[in-house]
Design a binder for this molecule. Structure first.
Ligand code: SF4
Ligand code: SF4
Length: 84
């Protein structure tokens, strides 16, 4: 699995789509995300992620994907690779 961007645990940020607005950083209840050296959001503490999907829902640029068990089950059912 390769996605452009920083991935940590269940959280993947596609840095090419991130406009550094900081919304995900402020909505995350577990303080998982912060700005990386490139100024883009990055999962700095992925081990703290509770997969609440707040960051994914709130990102205006759809740059964040949170891999949840439900989604994995759905992807398996559809037979998709989950690449998109
Ligand atoms: S909410 Fe989306 S666009 Fe804004 S900083 Fe986070 S990942 Fe980047
Ligand atoms: S899924 Fe929830 S806990 Fe995990 S990084 Fe996103 S907002 Fe934070």
């Amino acid at each position: 699995m390769t996605l452009a961007g920083s991935s940590g645990g269940p959280v993947t940020v596609r840095s090419a789509w991130c406009k550094s607005c900081g919304i995900c950083i402020s909505v995350c209840p577990k303080n998982v995300l912060e700005f990386g050296h490139d100024g883009k959001a990055t999962p700095a503490r992925p081990q703290d992620c509770i997969q609440c999907e707040m960051c994914e829902m709130m990102c205006p640029d759809l740059a964040i994907t949170v891999a949840t068990r439900a989604k994995a089950a759905g992807a398996a059912k559809e037979g998709g690779s989950g690449g998109n």
